[in-house]
Design a binder for this molecule. Sequence first.
Ligand SMILES: [Zn+2]
Length: 359
Amino acid sequence: MSEEKQGHISLQEWQSWGTTSPVPSMVTQIVEDLKDLEKNFDAQMSFGGHGGKLKGNFGVQEDKKHRATYQSLGDSEEKFKFYSARQIACRILGSRGYLCQKCWLPREEDCMCSKVTSCMLWPGIKFWLYMHPKDFLRQNNTGKLLWQVFGVEAATLCLYGIPEHEEIMWNSFKLAGKDKIWCLYPNKGSVSKSVESAFSQEPLANYEVTPEKLTGDTTLHFILLDGTWSNSAAMFCRLQDQAKSVWGDEDLACISLNPGASAMHKLRPQPSWDRTCTAAAAVGLLSELQLLPQFSSIDLDKQAEAIEDALTILLEALTTRRLRMGRSITRKMRPTNSTFSQGKVHNTENEAQHLPLEI
Ligand SMILES: [Zn+2]
């Protein structure tokens, strides 16, 4: 029997969901525990909805068991990692065979992969999608579009609370150096800089535009927080804590996008999609950089456009799906991730306000 038939998550299956990391050990452990529980209770696990929630008697038993495990864990960091790994494990088991691994839409009816055109991101920029576990494998997530279009090396998934992912990201940051790391976070107040103030003073030589002249240490790393507004504050805190442990007291630099930027650059009239979702934030960043002289000749506008196109395709796929299922087109299906929406929470799905309570 193959690994997947037995229920385990193989490296190949794991990486097909959009990552290059090894399978997180705690995710493997949780899947094994679930399979053991299945044997012990002689009841098959089944999942309801798209959130990877366990159903029926098995669900009741598993609920007791994971709560006991959670309680037994010593500190809040261990509890948090267990929470994240369990979310990821359940989401994979509940989506396996149903969702397309690339676009995270139901593969039989809604897969949009054939319509998406990939594009090369300028090698002087790298995106990190720091994603909340509750957004992993979510159909209306938009962060996934970045690696669909730019590839997993240029836009890399980092799951919040998954040590294997966070380690890869932080090792990369340590190599790059603190002054090359920017977090896109709409921090009100003076702590965050605008794109213009952050980059227009930089000497041209730092951003030689020909890829041949680029060396690893000139790459700019941009972190996009991919979660709802309520979750992104906790995600941002974790980033700052980790930055402090690596570089000492100073905060990680933040960038705020210009709220009027969509009028400044030629964002095409697309009132249908939300301009505050994660992918739109990437579009905004690339478009604002394009306006600066030292970035003006590297086609960042075309790269922004490629993401806009993918967003349009995702919205169409979600709309088609909703209409087919006889549901009205409400805000619920819009691709909204609210980190960039300045407190307007669009998601109607219940979100964890306080992670430990949610378990
Ligand atoms: Zn697909």
